[in-house]
Design a protein around this ligand. Structure first.
Ligand SMILES: C[S@@+](CC[C@H](N)C(=O)[O-])C[C@H]1O[C@@H](n2cnc3c(N)ncnc32)[C@H](O)[C@@H]1O
Length: 236
């Protein structure tokens, strides 16, 4: 496991601040995102249709908004940094009839033994995942790498925990390629981070490349390429 090695590289203060921001937002997060969710729904559906099991990790599972789209026969693991968000995810899982097993071992079963559906929901940090190398067939994150303090460190962790050739699927908003809009996003970013916990000027495609993942496709979903669906593979 590399978690202990990467843990020393984490900016603990920035990570605690991110957690505190989402903890504060957790009670109103679903309400706050309600309007945007109408737009996000088909994008979530599209992303999850690509996810191949049997062992699938969702990083930054939040309040569990992706749960309705999860592959039915996969062994799902969801992690999040923020207790308040995860608590709501637990509730949503119960409502959807997905039983999270509190006693299950955190590490997923080897691929050959990963049979049937299952669910593990735990606290965790994308920057130092507590899984052995190649534990998953697919890793997914939606609207997460805008708030992970060190996105390249987190993306490197995804490259590590998916098997060689395994998928990393991302749905993210990022800095506009339009120079004027990009500059405006840079200007207002500090305020947005403070209020919402999310950076709006991340260069996520470049970050995916910097993490050593091989990009298979990048699809512009809307708003002049601010929202993108990224399909990448681990080459490890
Ligand atoms: C904008 S919310 C998105 C939640 C969910 N993925 C969705 O699509 O609605 C960002 C989530 O990422 C989580 N997060 C931020 N940094 C993280 C980290 N380092 N590790 C794991 N989760 C993190 C936050 O706690 C929050 O739940």
């Amino acid at each position: 496991m590399r978690a202990t090695a990467t843990r020393s590289m984490i900016d603990e203060q920035a990570t605690a601040l991110t957690r505190a921001r989402y903890q504060r937002l957790s009670a109103v997060y679903d309400l706050m995102e309600g309007m945007a969710e109408v737009r996000y729904r088909p994008w979530r559906e599209k992303l999850w249709a690509l996810a191949k099991g049997p062992r699938v990790l969702e990083v930054g599972v939040g309040t569990g908004k992706n749960m309705p789209y999860w592959p039915k026969d996969a062994q799902m693991t969801g992690i999040d940094l923020t207790p308040g968000m995860l608590e709501i995810a637990h509730r949503r899982a119960k409502q959807l009839g997905l039983a999270a097993d509190p006693s299950a071992s955190f590490a997923p079963a080897p691929r050959s033994e990963a049979k049937g559906a299952g669910l593990i929901l735990r606290l965790g940090d994308a920057q130092a995942l507590e899984f052995p190398d190649a534990s998953f067939d697919t890793a997914v994150a939606t609207f997460v790498f805008c708030s992970v303090p060190d996105p390249v460190l987190g993306l490197r962790e995804l490259a590590r925990i998916v098997r060689p050739g395994g998928q990393v699927l991302l749905l993210e908003h990022m800095r506009s390629a339009n120079p004027l809009l990009g500059a405006l996003m840079d200007f207002v970013n500090p305020l947005v981070v403070r209020l919402m916990g999310a950076n709006i000027n991340r260069r996520t495609v470049e970050n995916v490349q910097a993490a050593g993942l091989q990009i298979e496709s990048v699809e512009d979903l809307g708003m002049g390429g601010i929202f993108k669906l990224i399909v990448a593979r681990s080459t490890r």
